[in-house]
Design a protein around this ligand. Structure first.
Ligand code: HEC
Length: 252
């Protein structure tokens, strides 16, 4: 029995070892403006990140859980949001004649998806499905560091001896190293209006920061509340301590 248990444990250790080996190297840790208890989303980077998402990623990836109006919480004006939403079209209806109709998107609509459904997405991408990016920085082990490593981890050529499938691309950080997504970021692929140089590294940092915000838009409020609660508890503790000393003053 004991032997059996030992074998099972050894098999498990081997299996997890093999799985992490297939997963490739660990994504290097990055510094993010939202790290730490006082961390916030760098607004300029977030704006650039939205631009990268819209100009590059949005042709393949949806962002179904985020409404345009959510951008209001990170400094976009009502007019900016209205104008951005209006550049997309959504299906609405039925109207009084019972027919569906297209209308410009409103701030209350979610980001419009590039494909009508998963089947269409797969047929356009050689059978692979570009996942929705709303929660991607939370859904993958390594979070934003992994997403950044993935976007910057493409190699022109697979290492000698590595067999790569047709229409697949070699990526150092993607589990198994073969990914159906072609390298989406190229130097100067986006022109930033704020003059920031659009290196692959910069484009990736900006779009990942934007995606981290999309996945956790409440992060700043949560941290603020945490800090307020800690301050409140410190003051309360001091008050109770003073009270305790006063109450026990005669006894000592
Ligand atoms: C030409 C279409 C296309 C574009 C453009 C594109 N992607 Fe992808 N992406 C895909 C496909 C297809 C997959 C699925 C890959 C697979 O499963 O092999 C994918 C997968 C991913 C994944 C998931 C990787 C994983 O670990 O499963 C992330 C994250 C991602 N893309 C981010 C982005 C970002 C960010 C951008 C914009 C900078 C972008 N993609 C642009 C097609 C695209």
């Amino acid at each position: 029995m004991r032997k059996l248990l030992f074998c099972a444990a050894a098999a498990l250790i081997l299996a997890t070892g093999a799985a992490s080996a297939a997963g490739g190297p660990k994504a290097p840790a990055q510094t993010w403006s939202f790290d730490g208890i006082f961390g916030t989303y760098d607004r300029a980077s977030l704006r650039r990140g939205l631009q990268v998402y819209l100009e590059v990623c949005a042709s393949c990836h949806s962002l179904r859980l985020v409404a345009y109006r959510a951008l209001g919480s990170v400094g976009y004006s009502g007019d900016e949001i209205k104008a951005l939403a209006a550049t997309f079209e959504v299906q609405d209806g039925p109207n009084s004649e019972g027919e569906m109709f297209a209308r410009p998107a409103l701030p209350s609509d979610r980001f419009v998806s590039p494909y009508a459904n998963e089947m269409e997405a797969r047929s356009v991408n050689n059978g692979a499905f570009p996942p929705d990016l709303s929660l991607i920085t939370k859904a993958r082990k390594g979070g934003p560091d992994y997403t950044h490593a993935l976007l910057t981890g493409y190699k022109e050529e697979a290492p000698a001896g590595f067999k790569i499938g047709e229409d697949m691309h070699y990526n150092e950080y993607f589990p198994g190293h073969q990914i159906a997504m072609p390298a989406p970021l190229v130097e100067d692929g986006v022109e930033y209006p704020d003059g920031t140089k659009a290196t692959v590294e910069q484009l990736s940092k900006d779009v990942v920061l934007f995606l981290a915000w999309a996945a956790q838009p409440e992060l700043e409020e949560r941290k603020q509340l945490g800090i307020s609660v800690m301050l409140f508890l410190i003051v309360l503790t001091a008050m109770f301590y003073a009270l305790k000393r006063q109450i026990w003053a005669d006894v000592h």
